[in-house]
Design a protein around this ligand. Structure first.
Ligand code: ZN
Length: 90
C-alpha cells in the first residue's frame, strides 16, 4: 500500500495529521493534533490508523470550535467527494 490517505492541509505548523509506515514491518502509525486542542490522538496499525484519519476529518469538519478549521475541512471534504464521484462514474 502506498500511503494511507492524504496529508491533510496544515495551516498551523506543528499541528495536523501525520501518517507513516514504520520501516521493515510496514506498520502504519499516525498521530493527529488539532489546533483547538480537543483532538489529539495517536494510532498504530492499519485499522486504527484509518479510524484515526476518519475521526480527525470528522472532528475538523463537524466538531471543531475553530471556524477556519471547519471551513477548510469542508472544502477538502467537498473536493474529496467530487473526486470519488468522478471515479465512480467511470
Ligand atoms: Zn479542532
Amino acid at each position: 500500500m502506498n500511503g494511507i490517505g492524504p496529508t491533510i492541509g496544515n495551516p498551523h505548523p506543528g499541528y495536523g495529521l501525520r501518517v507513516r509506515k514504520d520501516g521493515n514491518r510496514g506498520l502504519a502509525v499516525a498521530d493527529a493534533d488539532c489546533p483547538c486542542g480537543r483532538f489529539s490522538k495517536a494510532a498504530q496499525g492499519d485499522v486504527e490508523v484509518e479510524s484515526l484519519v476518519i475521526g480527525y476529518g470528522r472532528h475538523r469538519r463537524d466538531e471543531c470550535p475553530i471556524p477556519a478549521i471547519r471551513a477548510a475541512a469542508a472544502r477538502q471534504y467537498a473536493a474529496l467527494q467530487q473526486s470519488l464521484n468522478k471515479r465512480r462514474r467511470k
